[in-house]
Write a protein that binds this ligand. Sequence first.
Ligand SMILES: Nc1ncnc2c1ncn2[C@@H]1O[C@H](COP(=O)(O)OP(=O)(O)OP(=O)(O)O)[C@@H](O)[C@H]1O
Ligand SMILES: [Mg+2]
Length: 242
Amino acid sequence: MSGEFTVVEVKSEWERESEDMGSKRKFWYNNPDSGNLLFKYPRGDSGEHWAEKIAAEVAEILGIEHAIVELAVFEGRKGSTTRSFTNVGIGTVLIHGNQLLESAVRSYDPNKKFGQSSHTLENIWKALDSVLSALHDSAKAKSTKCRFADYLILDAIIGNTDRHHENWGLLLQLSDGKVVVDLAPTYDHASSLGRELSDTKRERLFANNQIGPYVERAPGAIYWSESDTRGMSPIELVRRSG
Ligand SMILES: Nc1ncnc2c1ncn2[C@@H]1O[C@H](COP(=O)(O)OP(=O)(O)OP(=O)(O)O)[C@@H](O)[C@H]1O
Ligand SMILES: [Mg+2]
């Protein structure tokens, strides 16, 4: 990790189209030198932009494949920018978790983003097993699940509470006339690292030794059981599934 991060300037004339998926304001743009990128605004005064950047750096140190993120500024507004990982090959398509779960788990509602208690680890394994064993083999399914487990460890370390079913997926690519499927790099870490806390609140948490309880009480977006009313905290999810 370098001592200081570059802040990339996104030029107005590069803007192409907004990205409608997800809850935050963002748009795709084309930098003539580095291709297709997504600029994301942080919400309000939050530190979502630096959370995105630091999370990517942590993933890099841990050797976890992640979306490339830089701090950025657009028309005087701070944000983050991420290079598209669907541009890597011709015809690379991102299939989100909800689409996979819909095909593998009976009566899974792909449009239910909040309170989606069927988004359990067990169902995620089922979905990954079913798609990957069908298109590749069980060894590929196992290695992909291991890589997904790395994402859960990353979430526990950075306190990412937003691993919902549109924040992970598989990349489908045509190679030599065959469909090749792989886990998409981990992306969207805006809701991590206490990015919503004011400096005063953060300092108070540190001073009162309250970081542990703060991390433990934050519900994540993966449920332990379909009958649970809230998602499990990312740290407890790792503990429980270890
Ligand atoms: N680096 C990337 N390469 C390709 N596609 C991406 C990349 N980053 C994000 N996307 C796509 O854009 C969508 C929206 O991006 P993202 O999840 O970062 O936005 P968000 O508004 O923070 O979402 P949420 O509602 O989950 O908070 C993703 O679900 C994914 O489909
Ligand atoms: Mg998202």
